[in-house]
Design a protein around this ligand. Structure first.
Ligand SMILES: [Zn+2]
Length: 258
């Protein structure tokens, strides 16, 4: 190529890099309800951990909510509900972040743990304990890049509510910071209430860490082993929004949680 055109191309690339900010609106066909797609970090295996931003963050009075799914890579069904929100229609009455696949290496391998064999829900820095086997907790608190990415993200967003979707224990944890909210989540999602105490004391969980250090409330939501796929895709997204008084539809007229 002529050196002048090479220089022109380089200049053009520079201009594009300067003009397009890192949090530019998402334009991919698969995520029309999202106005922003953000990579929170990379997994051990180098896969991106993708978050989608939906709703009306600039609207006064809306609640900030973060949804995580597939923190355990072999708990794959609830991601369909979160992906359903991203697919649209647009969300009104909420500032919503959605992370459909938080553990992309585990998801790719069909494994509970990340590519280093660590259970991410035992790796958070609050109440961390050296655990082995299925609940391998890592070499130390927040040793894993996935954990660090979530911690940085949650510190930045500082949400009012975090829902962490799992399987297969079938129930919403009421042994938590705000039991009344947990009961509301359970009834709206048509799940029973449960006491999810990790078989004694929970160590290094995301919800435990968030509930300890933030004003907001984080809650574990467990679906069963084989939830209905069509229920996940068609009904659960709307039920999730209903918890927060939000809807899908015309973003200029959505309700705001009282
Ligand atoms: Zn789980």
């Amino acid at each position: 190529m002529h050196s002048l055109s090479v220089r022109f191309l380089a200049l053009l690339l520079l201009v594009v890099a300067l003009v397009v900010p890192p949090g530019a609106p998402a334009s991919a066909a698969g995520d029309p309800a999202a106005f922003e797609k953000r990579i929170l970090g990379r997994s051990v295996g180098g896969r991106p951990i993708v978050a989608y931003h939906l709703g009306q963050p600039d609207r006064p009075g809306v609640k900030k909510v973060v949804l995580f799914s597939t923190m355990h890579g072999n708990e794959r069904d609830t991601r369909l509900a979160l992906a359903g929100l991203v697919k649209g229609p647009t969300v009104a009455g909420l500032d919503l972040w959605v992370v459909p696949v938080y553990n992309p290496d585990g998801y790719a391998a069909g494994s509970r743990r990340n590519a280093r064999g660590v259970d991410l829900n035992r790796n958070f820095s609050y109440g961390w304990k050296d655990l082995d086997g299925n609940y391998e907790s890592g070499s130390g608190p927040a040793s894993e890049p996935e954990t660090k990415a979530a911690m940085t993200f949650l510190r930045r967003v500082d949400p009012d509510y975090v829902l962490s979707f799992h399987q297969p224990l079938y129930g919403v944890d009421i042994d938590t910071k705000t039991p009344s909210f947990a009961r509301k989540v359970a009834s709206t999602l048509r799940l029973p209430t449960q006491n999810l105490d990790c078989g004694g004391v929970c160590h290094g969980t995301m919800t435990g860490w968030f509930n300890r250090y933030f004003d907001g409330t984080a809650l574990t939501v467990e679906y069963g082993t084989y939830p209905s796929r069509s229920d996940m895709e068609k009904n659960v997204p709307d039920r999730i929004l209903r918890i927060f008084g939000a809807i899908r539809g015309d973003v200029s007229f959505g309700p705001v949680t009282p």
